[in-house]
Design a protein around this ligand. Structure first.
Ligand code: SAH
Length: 464
Protein backbone atom coordinates (compact mmCIF):
# COMPACT_ATOMS: atom_id res chain seq x y z
CA UNK A 1 0.00 0.00 0.00
CA UNK A 2 1.76 3.14 -1.18
CA UNK A 3 -1.16 5.34 -0.10
CA UNK A 4 -2.83 5.00 3.27
CA UNK A 5 -6.55 5.81 3.19
CA UNK A 6 -7.77 8.14 5.93
CA UNK A 7 -10.73 10.50 6.40
CA UNK A 8 -9.44 14.01 7.04
CA UNK A 9 -11.38 16.40 9.29
CA UNK A 10 -11.94 19.46 7.08
CA UNK A 11 -14.84 21.14 8.84
CA UNK A 12 -13.95 24.83 9.09
CA UNK A 13 -10.49 24.33 7.56
CA UNK A 14 -9.11 25.99 4.44
CA UNK A 15 -8.94 24.05 1.20
CA UNK A 16 -7.23 26.00 -1.58
CA UNK A 17 -7.37 25.32 -5.29
CA UNK A 18 -5.50 27.05 -8.10
CA UNK A 19 -7.18 26.84 -11.50
CA UNK A 20 -10.41 27.79 -13.24
CA UNK A 21 -10.96 25.23 -16.02
CA UNK A 22 -12.43 21.77 -16.38
CA UNK A 23 -10.01 20.04 -13.99
CA UNK A 24 -10.70 22.68 -11.34
CA UNK A 25 -14.46 22.25 -11.82
CA UNK A 26 -14.31 18.48 -11.40
CA UNK A 27 -12.41 18.81 -8.12
CA UNK A 28 -14.60 21.65 -6.84
CA UNK A 29 -17.77 19.59 -7.35
CA UNK A 30 -16.34 17.10 -4.88
CA UNK A 31 -14.89 19.67 -2.49
CA UNK A 32 -18.18 21.54 -2.27
CA UNK A 33 -19.69 18.48 -0.61
CA UNK A 34 -17.38 19.07 2.37
CA UNK A 35 -17.67 21.54 5.21
CA UNK A 36 -14.26 23.04 4.46
CA UNK A 37 -13.70 26.71 3.53
CA UNK A 38 -12.82 26.67 -0.13
CA UNK A 39 -10.67 29.32 -1.79
CA UNK A 40 -10.02 29.43 -5.54
CA UNK A 41 -7.29 31.39 -7.36
CA UNK A 42 -7.91 31.93 -11.09
CA UNK A 43 -7.67 34.98 -13.37
CA UNK A 44 -10.15 33.26 -15.75
CA UNK A 45 -12.69 31.20 -13.78
CA UNK A 46 -15.52 29.35 -15.58
CA UNK A 47 -19.07 30.73 -15.10
CA UNK A 48 -19.94 27.93 -12.62
CA UNK A 49 -17.12 28.98 -10.35
CA UNK A 50 -18.33 32.58 -10.57
CA UNK A 51 -21.83 31.42 -9.63
CA UNK A 52 -20.56 29.45 -6.63
CA UNK A 53 -18.57 32.50 -5.53
CA UNK A 54 -21.62 34.74 -5.81
CA UNK A 55 -23.66 32.20 -3.80
CA UNK A 56 -21.02 32.36 -1.07
CA UNK A 57 -20.08 28.71 -1.45
CA UNK A 58 -16.42 29.53 -2.05
CA UNK A 59 -14.04 32.49 -2.00
CA UNK A 60 -12.76 33.49 -5.44
CA UNK A 61 -9.61 35.55 -6.12
CA UNK A 62 -9.42 36.53 -9.81
CA UNK A 63 -5.63 36.37 -9.99
CA UNK A 64 -2.78 33.86 -9.95
CA UNK A 65 -1.51 32.54 -6.65
CA UNK A 66 1.34 34.20 -4.74
CA UNK A 67 3.37 33.10 -1.70
CA UNK A 68 1.34 33.17 1.48
CA UNK A 69 -1.98 32.42 -0.26
CA UNK A 70 -2.07 28.90 1.17
CA UNK A 71 -1.23 29.75 4.77
CA UNK A 72 -3.09 27.49 7.23
CA UNK A 73 -4.58 25.46 4.38
CA UNK A 74 -5.13 21.76 5.09
CA UNK A 75 -5.19 20.78 1.43
CA UNK A 76 -4.06 22.32 -1.82
CA UNK A 77 -5.03 21.33 -5.38
CA UNK A 78 -2.87 22.48 -8.29
CA UNK A 79 -5.47 22.36 -11.09
CA UNK A 80 -4.23 24.81 -13.73
CA UNK A 81 -3.60 21.97 -16.21
CA UNK A 82 -0.24 23.59 -17.00
CA UNK A 83 2.82 21.74 -15.65
CA UNK A 84 4.90 24.90 -15.14
CA UNK A 85 2.15 26.78 -13.33
CA UNK A 86 1.21 23.66 -11.32
CA UNK A 87 4.83 23.21 -10.21
CA UNK A 88 4.98 26.90 -9.19
CA UNK A 89 1.73 26.85 -7.16
CA UNK A 90 2.54 23.47 -5.62
CA UNK A 91 5.89 24.83 -4.39
CA UNK A 92 4.12 27.76 -2.72
CA UNK A 93 1.60 25.44 -1.03
CA UNK A 94 4.28 23.06 0.16
CA UNK A 95 6.21 25.97 1.66
CA UNK A 96 3.02 27.06 3.43
CA UNK A 97 2.66 23.56 4.91
CA UNK A 98 -0.42 22.33 3.01
CA UNK A 99 -0.76 18.77 1.70
CA UNK A 100 -0.46 19.02 -2.07
CA UNK A 101 -2.26 17.30 -4.93
CA UNK A 102 -1.36 18.10 -8.50
CA UNK A 103 -4.18 17.06 -10.80
CA UNK A 104 -3.15 14.19 -13.11
CA UNK A 105 0.34 14.08 -11.65
CA UNK A 106 0.48 11.13 -9.27
CA UNK A 107 4.22 11.27 -8.81
CA UNK A 108 4.47 14.81 -7.47
CA UNK A 109 1.30 14.60 -5.38
CA UNK A 110 1.40 14.06 -1.65
CA UNK A 111 -2.13 12.67 -1.63
CA UNK A 112 -4.66 11.51 -4.18
CA UNK A 113 -8.42 11.90 -4.28
CA UNK A 114 -10.33 8.62 -4.34
CA UNK A 115 -13.48 7.81 -6.27
CA UNK A 116 -16.27 8.47 -3.80
CA UNK A 117 -19.65 6.92 -3.10
CA UNK A 118 -21.48 9.51 -1.08
CA UNK A 119 -24.16 8.48 1.40
CA UNK A 120 -23.12 11.13 3.87
CA UNK A 121 -22.26 10.45 6.69
CA UNK A 122 -21.41 7.08 5.13
CA UNK A 123 -18.66 7.63 2.58
CA UNK A 124 -16.92 4.95 0.58
CA UNK A 125 -13.56 5.92 -0.88
CA UNK A 126 -12.08 3.79 -3.66
CA UNK A 127 -8.46 4.07 -4.72
CA UNK A 128 -6.24 2.12 -7.08
CA UNK A 129 -3.09 4.25 -6.62
CA UNK A 130 -3.55 5.37 -10.20
CA UNK A 131 -3.22 1.83 -11.49
CA UNK A 132 -6.71 1.25 -12.82
CA UNK A 133 -9.17 4.16 -12.95
CA UNK A 134 -11.55 1.98 -14.98
CA UNK A 135 -11.66 -0.49 -12.12
CA UNK A 136 -12.33 2.28 -9.59
CA UNK A 137 -15.23 3.52 -11.72
CA UNK A 138 -16.68 0.02 -12.05
CA UNK A 139 -16.50 -0.57 -8.28
CA UNK A 140 -18.08 2.82 -7.68
CA UNK A 141 -20.96 2.05 -10.07
CA UNK A 142 -21.44 -1.30 -8.38
CA UNK A 143 -21.60 0.24 -4.91
CA UNK A 144 -23.84 3.10 -6.05
CA UNK A 145 -26.34 0.50 -7.21
CA UNK A 146 -25.98 -1.63 -4.08
CA UNK A 147 -26.19 1.01 -1.35
CA UNK A 148 -29.71 2.40 -1.05
CA UNK A 149 -29.98 6.16 -1.32
CA UNK A 150 -31.65 6.17 2.11
CA UNK A 151 -28.56 4.77 3.80
CA UNK A 152 -27.20 8.23 4.56
CA UNK A 153 -30.45 9.28 6.18
CA UNK A 154 -30.54 6.15 8.32
CA UNK A 155 -26.96 6.69 9.42
CA UNK A 156 -27.63 10.35 10.26
CA UNK A 157 -30.71 9.49 12.34
CA UNK A 158 -28.91 6.54 13.90
CA UNK A 159 -25.95 8.67 14.88
CA UNK A 160 -28.16 11.02 16.90
CA UNK A 161 -29.57 8.00 18.71
CA UNK A 162 -26.25 6.46 19.76
CA UNK A 163 -26.36 7.94 23.24
CA UNK A 164 -29.79 6.43 23.95
CA UNK A 165 -28.55 2.98 22.95
CA UNK A 166 -25.97 3.06 25.72
CA UNK A 167 -28.62 1.54 27.99
CA UNK A 168 -27.84 -1.74 26.24
CA UNK A 169 -24.74 -3.57 27.45
CA UNK A 170 -21.67 -2.92 25.32
CA UNK A 171 -20.58 -5.51 22.77
CA UNK A 172 -22.71 -8.00 20.97
CA UNK A 173 -26.08 -6.79 22.20
CA UNK A 174 -25.48 -3.27 20.96
CA UNK A 175 -24.10 -4.53 17.67
CA UNK A 176 -27.17 -6.71 17.16
CA UNK A 177 -29.35 -3.69 17.81
CA UNK A 178 -27.57 -1.62 15.17
CA UNK A 179 -27.46 -4.44 12.64
CA UNK A 180 -31.19 -4.88 13.11
CA UNK A 181 -31.72 -1.13 12.61
CA UNK A 182 -29.58 -0.70 9.50
CA UNK A 183 -30.54 -3.87 7.69
CA UNK A 184 -34.10 -4.63 8.78
CA UNK A 185 -36.10 -2.23 10.94
CA UNK A 186 -34.65 1.01 9.54
CA UNK A 187 -35.12 0.36 5.82
CA UNK A 188 -38.61 -1.00 6.50
CA UNK A 189 -39.60 2.09 8.50
CA UNK A 190 -38.14 4.38 5.84
CA UNK A 191 -40.22 2.68 3.19
CA UNK A 192 -43.41 2.70 5.28
CA UNK A 193 -43.38 6.24 6.57
CA UNK A 194 -40.17 8.15 5.85
CA UNK A 195 -37.94 9.84 8.38
CA UNK A 196 -40.59 10.24 11.09
CA UNK A 197 -41.24 6.52 11.04
CA UNK A 198 -37.49 5.82 11.29
CA UNK A 199 -37.36 7.85 14.53
CA UNK A 200 -40.25 5.80 15.90
CA UNK A 201 -38.68 2.54 14.81
CA UNK A 202 -35.54 3.30 16.82
CA UNK A 203 -37.58 3.75 19.98
CA UNK A 204 -39.57 0.58 19.37
CA UNK A 205 -36.45 -1.41 18.57
CA UNK A 206 -34.63 -0.20 21.66
CA UNK A 207 -37.59 -1.14 23.79
CA UNK A 208 -37.57 -4.60 22.25
CA UNK A 209 -33.84 -5.08 22.90
CA UNK A 210 -34.15 -3.86 26.48
CA UNK A 211 -36.83 -6.41 27.18
CA UNK A 212 -35.64 -9.57 25.44
CA UNK A 213 -33.13 -11.89 27.02
CA UNK A 214 -29.58 -12.14 25.64
CA UNK A 215 -28.73 -14.65 22.96
CA UNK A 216 -26.93 -17.77 24.13
CA UNK A 217 -23.43 -18.60 23.00
CA UNK A 218 -23.16 -20.84 19.96
CA UNK A 219 -20.44 -22.67 18.06
CA UNK A 220 -20.51 -23.07 14.28
CA UNK A 221 -17.99 -25.59 12.90
CA UNK A 222 -17.38 -24.04 9.53
CA UNK A 223 -15.53 -25.38 6.50
CA UNK A 224 -13.25 -22.75 4.97
CA UNK A 225 -12.60 -24.76 1.81
CA UNK A 226 -9.17 -25.35 0.29
CA UNK A 227 -8.01 -21.72 0.31
CA UNK A 228 -9.65 -19.80 -2.53
CA UNK A 229 -12.11 -17.40 -0.81
CA UNK A 230 -14.54 -17.87 -3.70
CA UNK A 231 -14.85 -21.50 -2.70
CA UNK A 232 -16.46 -20.54 0.62
CA UNK A 233 -20.14 -21.39 0.90
CA UNK A 234 -22.63 -18.57 1.37
CA UNK A 235 -23.34 -19.99 4.83
CA UNK A 236 -19.66 -19.79 5.72
CA UNK A 237 -19.59 -16.13 4.58
CA UNK A 238 -22.62 -15.42 6.71
CA UNK A 239 -21.13 -17.12 9.75
CA UNK A 240 -17.93 -15.06 9.35
CA UNK A 241 -20.00 -11.90 8.99
CA UNK A 242 -21.68 -12.38 12.33
CA UNK A 243 -18.94 -14.06 14.37
CA UNK A 244 -17.72 -12.62 17.66
CA UNK A 245 -14.77 -15.00 17.80
CA UNK A 246 -13.10 -16.92 14.98
CA UNK A 247 -10.84 -19.78 16.02
CA UNK A 248 -9.06 -21.02 12.92
CA UNK A 249 -6.49 -23.58 11.98
CA UNK A 250 -3.25 -23.15 10.07
CA UNK A 251 -4.80 -24.08 6.72
CA UNK A 252 -7.12 -21.09 6.62
CA UNK A 253 -5.69 -18.45 4.29
CA UNK A 254 -5.36 -14.74 5.18
CA UNK A 255 -7.73 -13.84 2.32
CA UNK A 256 -10.46 -15.78 4.07
CA UNK A 257 -9.72 -14.35 7.51
CA UNK A 258 -10.10 -10.89 5.94
CA UNK A 259 -13.79 -11.72 5.52
CA UNK A 260 -14.41 -12.06 9.25
CA UNK A 261 -16.37 -9.25 10.86
CA UNK A 262 -13.93 -6.48 11.64
CA UNK A 263 -14.67 -6.53 15.37
CA UNK A 264 -14.32 -10.31 15.63
CA UNK A 265 -11.48 -11.70 17.72
CA UNK A 266 -9.28 -13.91 15.52
CA UNK A 267 -7.45 -16.74 17.24
CA UNK A 268 -4.94 -18.98 15.50
CA UNK A 269 -5.18 -22.46 16.94
CA UNK A 270 -2.92 -23.80 14.19
CA UNK A 271 -1.54 -27.27 14.51
CA UNK A 272 1.61 -28.18 12.65
CA UNK A 273 1.74 -31.78 11.45
CA UNK A 274 4.72 -32.74 13.59
CA UNK A 275 5.77 -29.47 15.16
CA UNK A 276 4.82 -27.71 18.39
CA UNK A 277 1.17 -26.78 18.61
CA UNK A 278 -1.76 -26.00 20.81
CA UNK A 279 -3.06 -29.29 22.19
CA UNK A 280 -6.53 -30.48 21.27
CA UNK A 281 -7.59 -30.03 24.91
CA UNK A 282 -6.44 -26.43 24.82
CA UNK A 283 -8.41 -25.84 21.62
CA UNK A 284 -11.52 -27.46 23.12
CA UNK A 285 -11.20 -25.27 26.17
CA UNK A 286 -10.74 -22.15 24.05
CA UNK A 287 -13.92 -22.86 22.09
CA UNK A 288 -16.09 -23.63 25.10
CA UNK A 289 -14.75 -20.73 27.19
CA UNK A 290 -15.63 -18.19 24.53
CA UNK A 291 -19.05 -19.68 23.79
CA UNK A 292 -19.81 -19.80 27.53
CA UNK A 293 -19.56 -16.00 27.67
CA UNK A 294 -22.41 -15.84 25.13
CA UNK A 295 -20.17 -15.32 22.09
CA UNK A 296 -21.05 -16.54 18.60
CA UNK A 297 -17.97 -18.66 17.93
CA UNK A 298 -16.90 -19.77 14.47
CA UNK A 299 -14.54 -22.72 14.58
CA UNK A 300 -13.07 -22.33 11.12
CA UNK A 301 -11.35 -25.34 9.62
CA UNK A 302 -9.57 -25.72 6.28
CA UNK A 303 -11.50 -27.75 3.73
CA UNK A 304 -14.47 -29.60 5.22
CA UNK A 305 -14.64 -29.79 9.00
CA UNK A 306 -15.76 -33.42 8.82
CA UNK A 307 -12.61 -34.57 7.02
CA UNK A 308 -9.59 -35.14 9.26
CA UNK A 309 -10.64 -32.19 11.37
CA UNK A 310 -10.90 -33.80 14.85
CA UNK A 311 -14.41 -32.50 14.76
CA UNK A 312 -15.97 -35.09 17.04
CA UNK A 313 -13.68 -34.27 19.93
CA UNK A 314 -14.61 -30.61 19.67
CA UNK A 315 -18.32 -31.36 19.40
CA UNK A 316 -18.08 -33.62 22.47
CA UNK A 317 -16.47 -30.79 24.44
CA UNK A 318 -19.07 -28.26 23.29
CA UNK A 319 -21.95 -30.60 24.10
CA UNK A 320 -20.50 -31.41 27.51
CA UNK A 321 -20.55 -27.67 28.20
CA UNK A 322 -24.23 -27.53 27.19
CA UNK A 323 -23.56 -25.21 24.24
CA UNK A 324 -25.52 -25.35 20.98
CA UNK A 325 -23.63 -26.02 17.75
CA UNK A 326 -24.01 -26.75 14.06
CA UNK A 327 -21.80 -27.72 11.13
CA UNK A 328 -21.34 -25.81 7.88
CA UNK A 329 -19.70 -28.16 5.38
CA UNK A 330 -16.92 -26.98 3.09
CA UNK A 331 -15.11 -28.08 -0.03
CA UNK A 332 -12.52 -30.62 0.97
CA UNK A 333 -8.98 -30.69 -0.44
CA UNK A 334 -9.73 -33.89 -2.37
CA UNK A 335 -12.51 -32.18 -4.35
CA UNK A 336 -10.35 -29.16 -5.12
CA UNK A 337 -7.39 -31.35 -6.07
CA UNK A 338 -9.18 -33.61 -8.55
CA UNK A 339 -10.86 -30.52 -10.00
CA UNK A 340 -7.45 -28.98 -10.58
CA UNK A 341 -6.31 -31.98 -12.62
CA UNK A 342 -9.56 -32.24 -14.57
CA UNK A 343 -10.48 -35.67 -13.22
CA UNK A 344 -13.48 -37.03 -11.42
CA UNK A 345 -12.88 -38.70 -8.11
CA UNK A 346 -15.06 -41.66 -9.05
CA UNK A 347 -15.95 -43.12 -12.42
CA UNK A 348 -18.18 -46.16 -12.83
CA UNK A 349 -16.31 -48.79 -14.80
CA UNK A 350 -12.91 -47.50 -13.60
CA UNK A 351 -13.21 -46.83 -9.89
CA UNK A 352 -16.72 -47.07 -8.50
CA UNK A 353 -15.39 -45.99 -5.14
CA UNK A 354 -12.61 -43.75 -3.89
CA UNK A 355 -10.92 -43.78 -0.53
CA UNK A 356 -10.09 -40.91 1.73
CA UNK A 357 -6.96 -41.73 3.69
CA UNK A 358 -4.59 -40.00 6.01
CA UNK A 359 -0.85 -40.52 5.78
CA UNK A 360 -0.42 -40.19 9.50
CA UNK A 361 -2.75 -40.32 12.44
CA UNK A 362 -2.35 -39.29 16.06
CA UNK A 363 0.03 -42.15 16.73
CA UNK A 364 2.27 -41.83 13.66
CA UNK A 365 2.10 -43.29 10.14
CA UNK A 366 -1.39 -44.66 9.60
CA UNK A 367 -2.05 -48.25 8.58
CA UNK A 368 -4.68 -49.14 6.01
CA UNK A 369 -5.98 -52.05 3.98
CA UNK A 370 -2.97 -51.86 1.64
CA UNK A 371 -3.87 -55.05 -0.15
CA UNK A 372 -7.22 -53.66 -1.26
CA UNK A 373 -5.66 -50.36 -2.29
CA UNK A 374 -2.93 -52.10 -4.30
CA UNK A 375 -5.44 -53.59 -6.75
CA UNK A 376 -5.58 -52.07 -10.26
CA UNK A 377 -7.70 -48.94 -10.82
CA UNK A 378 -8.03 -48.05 -7.14
CA UNK A 379 -8.20 -44.33 -6.39
CA UNK A 380 -7.41 -42.66 -3.08
CA UNK A 381 -7.12 -39.10 -1.86
CA UNK A 382 -4.27 -39.20 0.63
CA UNK A 383 -4.25 -36.34 3.14
CA UNK A 384 -1.21 -35.47 5.24
CA UNK A 385 0.82 -37.83 3.11
CA UNK A 386 4.03 -35.89 2.47
CA UNK A 387 6.10 -37.30 5.29
CA UNK A 388 4.49 -40.71 5.05
CA UNK A 389 5.16 -40.97 1.31
CA UNK A 390 7.99 -43.49 1.62
CA UNK A 391 5.98 -45.63 4.04
CA UNK A 392 2.90 -45.58 1.78
CA UNK A 393 4.96 -46.32 -1.32
CA UNK A 394 6.65 -49.27 0.39
CA UNK A 395 3.41 -50.77 1.68
CA UNK A 396 1.65 -50.52 -1.65
CA UNK A 397 4.49 -52.01 -3.67
CA UNK A 398 4.86 -54.79 -1.10
CA UNK A 399 1.19 -55.63 -1.59
CA UNK A 400 1.56 -55.83 -5.35
CA UNK A 401 0.61 -52.37 -6.62
CA UNK A 402 1.97 -51.60 -10.09
CA UNK A 403 4.99 -49.34 -9.90
CA UNK A 404 3.58 -47.42 -12.89
CA UNK A 405 0.40 -46.45 -10.98
CA UNK A 406 -0.05 -42.72 -11.52
CA UNK A 407 0.14 -40.44 -8.47
CA UNK A 408 -0.58 -36.73 -8.68
CA UNK A 409 0.50 -34.49 -5.85
CA UNK A 410 -1.46 -31.25 -5.66
CA UNK A 411 0.14 -28.61 -3.48
CA UNK A 412 -1.88 -25.55 -2.38
CA UNK A 413 -4.95 -26.69 -4.32
CA UNK A 414 -7.16 -23.77 -5.48
CA UNK A 415 -4.66 -21.13 -4.32
CA UNK A 416 -2.65 -18.80 -6.56
CA UNK A 417 0.51 -20.82 -5.77
CA UNK A 418 -1.02 -24.19 -6.67
CA UNK A 419 1.49 -26.72 -8.05
CA UNK A 420 1.01 -30.13 -9.64
CA UNK A 421 3.46 -32.96 -9.50
CA UNK A 422 2.55 -35.76 -11.85
CA UNK A 423 4.50 -38.92 -11.04
CA UNK A 424 4.19 -42.68 -10.50
CA UNK A 425 4.21 -44.82 -7.39
CA UNK A 426 7.76 -45.84 -8.27
CA UNK A 427 9.10 -42.29 -8.58
CA UNK A 428 6.93 -40.74 -5.85
CA UNK A 429 9.46 -40.18 -3.07
CA UNK A 430 12.26 -39.17 -5.40
CA UNK A 431 10.06 -36.63 -7.20
CA UNK A 432 8.59 -35.33 -3.94
CA UNK A 433 12.07 -34.70 -2.51
CA UNK A 434 13.13 -32.89 -5.66
CA UNK A 435 9.99 -30.76 -5.79
CA UNK A 436 10.51 -29.35 -2.27
CA UNK A 437 6.82 -29.22 -1.42
CA UNK A 438 6.26 -26.83 1.48
CA UNK A 439 2.51 -26.05 1.30
CA UNK A 440 -0.36 -28.36 2.19
CA UNK A 441 -0.39 -31.16 -0.36
CA UNK A 442 -2.78 -33.90 -1.28
CA UNK A 443 -1.74 -37.07 -3.08
CA UNK A 444 -4.22 -38.34 -5.60
CA UNK A 445 -3.31 -42.01 -5.86
CA UNK A 446 -4.41 -43.70 -9.08
CA UNK A 447 -5.19 -40.63 -11.17
CA UNK A 448 -2.86 -38.62 -13.43
CA UNK A 449 -3.80 -35.13 -14.66
CA UNK A 450 -6.25 -35.46 -17.55
CA UNK A 451 -3.69 -34.37 -20.17
CA UNK A 452 -1.19 -36.94 -18.95
CA UNK A 453 -3.88 -39.58 -19.09
CA UNK A 454 -4.57 -38.78 -22.75
CA UNK A 455 -0.86 -39.20 -23.37
CA UNK A 456 -0.79 -42.50 -21.49
CA UNK A 457 -3.65 -44.03 -23.46
CA UNK A 458 -2.11 -42.85 -26.71
CA UNK A 459 1.16 -44.59 -25.81
CA UNK A 460 -0.77 -47.75 -25.03
CA UNK A 461 -2.44 -47.66 -28.43
CA UNK A 462 0.86 -47.11 -30.18
CA UNK A 463 2.32 -50.12 -28.40
CA UNK A 464 -0.64 -52.30 -29.35
N1 SAH B 1 -10.34 -30.71 6.64
C1 SAH B 1 -9.36 -30.60 5.59
C2 SAH B 1 -8.22 -31.56 5.79
C3 SAH B 1 -7.40 -31.32 7.01
S1 SAH B 1 -6.02 -32.41 7.13
C4 SAH B 1 -10.05 -30.79 4.24
O1 SAH B 1 -11.21 -31.18 4.18
O2 SAH B 1 -9.42 -30.51 3.22
C5 SAH B 1 -4.73 -31.43 6.42
C6 SAH B 1 -4.35 -31.97 5.06
O3 SAH B 1 -5.31 -31.60 4.10
C7 SAH B 1 -3.05 -31.41 4.51
O4 SAH B 1 -1.94 -32.09 5.05
C8 SAH B 1 -3.21 -31.68 3.04
O5 SAH B 1 -2.96 -33.04 2.76
C9 SAH B 1 -4.70 -31.46 2.84
N2 SAH B 1 -4.98 -30.11 2.34
C10 SAH B 1 -5.69 -29.16 2.94
N3 SAH B 1 -5.79 -28.05 2.15
C11 SAH B 1 -5.14 -28.34 1.03
C12 SAH B 1 -4.89 -27.63 -0.19
N4 SAH B 1 -5.34 -26.39 -0.37
N5 SAH B 1 -4.18 -28.24 -1.15
C13 SAH B 1 -3.72 -29.49 -0.99
N6 SAH B 1 -3.92 -30.22 0.12
C14 SAH B 1 -4.63 -29.65 1.12
Amino acid sequence: MKHFPIFLAVEGRRIVLSGGGEAALAKLRLLLKTEGHITVYSPTPTPEIETWAQAGRLTLHRRTMTPGDTLCAALFYAADEDPTEDARTAAIARADGALVNIVDNLEDSQFITPAIVDRDPVTVAIGTEGAAPVLARAIKADLEARLPATLGTLARIGKAFRKAVEVLPMGRRRRDFWADFYFTAGPRAMQDGGEAQVHNSLQTLLHKYENTPERDGHVAFVGAGPGDPELLTLKARKALDTADVVIHDRLVTPDILELARREATLINAGKEGFGPSMTQDEINALITQHAATGAQVVRLKGGDPTVFGRLDEEIDAVEAAGIAWHIVPGITAASASVASIGQSLTQRGRNASARILTGHDMKGFADHDWQALARPDEVAAIYMGKRAARFIQGRLIMHGAARTTPVTVVENASRPDQRLLSTTLDQLTQDLDAANVTGPALMVYGLPPRAAQAQLSQNKQELA
